[in-house]
Design a protein around this ligand. Structure first.
Ligand code: SF4
Length: 122
């Protein structure tokens, strides 16, 4: 298993970029979310999820957030809460093994990473 230094981005899974500002860049306060915020911040969570559902970066954003765990301990990414991302990582590890990130990277050299990740997580 490859371990990346805390706070560094996995080289094969860079953060997706957009030519135009994304909603999380325009209204970052909506996407500010920690464990246990579900009841307190439900309206903001629902608005963030609606924004993510319309974002063209969502599949790559989710993959980036799952792989780069140390960079995404809080916040909403692709409509997911920190707790949901933990569950998705657990499912990927159960299906692909503890080195699931590198398994995905290997599987996706020829294909789009987000496509195969969605297949594996569902
Ligand atoms: S999908 Fe990702 S990049 Fe797009 S608005 Fe949501 S958090 Fe931002």
């Amino acid at each position: 298993m490859t371990i990346y230094r805390h706070g560094t981005e996995h080289p094969q899974f860079p953060q997706p970029q957009s030519q135009t500002p994304t909603q999380c860049q325009l209204t970052p306060q909506l996407f500010d979310f920690e464990y246990g915020d579900c009841n307190r911040k439900m309206p903001e969570l629902m608005r963030a999820r609606r924004a993510c559902s319309r974002c063209p970066l969502a599949p790559d954003c989710l993959l980036w957030a799952l792989v780069n765990k140390t960079l995404t301990p809080v916040g909403i990414f692709a409509g997911t809460t920190p707790r949901q991302r933990t569950k998705l990582r657990d499912r990927l590890a159960a299906r692909l093994g503890p080195d699931w990130i590198n398994v995905l990277a290997h599987q996706n050299r020829a294909a789009r990473p987000s496509t195969a990740m969605w297949r594996q997580a569902s």
